[in-house]
Design a protein around this ligand. Structure first.
Ligand code: AMP
Length: 210
């Protein structure tokens, strides 16, 4: 199954992608994680992307399309994948179509902007593997350490309140039009993302079965 998780930053795409990943045994592909790894490793792409990420702007479509083309060609994506945080513009969605990639379902995780602000300011991510936690909603077993790999948990620079506001504005202007794009293609399923992580996962897995 080839899936897309749509939704604002902080809607829970990364967390739910991990759940679906474990259930359906397909990899989650997060352009955000790929970009952050590139920034950390100081690659040419990382150097280009850093300033966009830190100010809460989108990285240019050409860079994202290159990343996704390369990643989806890897063997672990042959039996399906979950795209988390991509496409984020109509140009990226059109590029996927032009690559001949068929999408089975697009899940729109809907969460109000006020909830997003609370979630993102409490979010912590593993500096080593990218796994996502929340100080209240999803704490790690050992404070400050990743359950999966023991890496250090850190707050993302772009989760600062002012940057979150910019990211939400960008989402409404450039990413929200994708809801209509996939509705027109008969692929869209809407899932309420306000519930607890476990309840949202249940709603989401039900929506995928339907
Ligand atoms: P995320 O972890 O998905 O919230 O992404 C973090 C940041 O990486 C975003 O705020 C953008 O700067 C950049 N980014 C990730 N995915 C994309 C994408 N598909 N298109 C453009 N920029 C992206």
């Amino acid at each position: 199954m080839n899936l897309i998780l749509l939704g604002a930053p902080g809607a829970g795409k990364g967390t739910q992608a991990e759940v679906i990943c474990d259930k359906l045994h397909i990899p989650a592909v997060s352009t955000g994680n790929i970009l952050r790894a590139a920034v950390k490793n100081g690659t040419e792409m990382g150097l280009k992307a850093k300033e966009f990420i830190e100010k809460g702007a989108l990285v240019p479509d050409s860079v994202i399309i290159g990343i996704i083309k390369e990643r989806l060609a890897e063997p672990d994506c042959a039996n399906g994948f979950i795209l988390d945080g991509v496409p984020r513009t109509v140009a990226q969605a059109e590029a996927l179509e032009q690559m001949g990639i068929t999408i089975d379902k697009v899940v729109d995780l809907e969460v109000a902007d006020e909830t997003i602000m609370h979630r993102l300011t409490g979010r912590r991510v593993c500096a080593a593997c990218g796994a996502s936690y929340h100080v209240e909603n999803k704490p790690s077993r050992v404070e400050g350490k990743c359950d999966r790999c023991g890496g250090d948990l850190v707050a993302r620079k772009d989760d600062q309140p002012e940057t979150v506001k910019d990211r939400l504005k960008t989402y409404h202007e450039l990413t929200e039009p994708l809801i209509e794009f996939y509705k027109e293609r008969g692929k869209l399923v809407v899932v309420e993302g306000h519930e607890s992580i476990a309840d949202t996962s249940e709603l989401l897995l039900k929506a995928l079965e339907a």
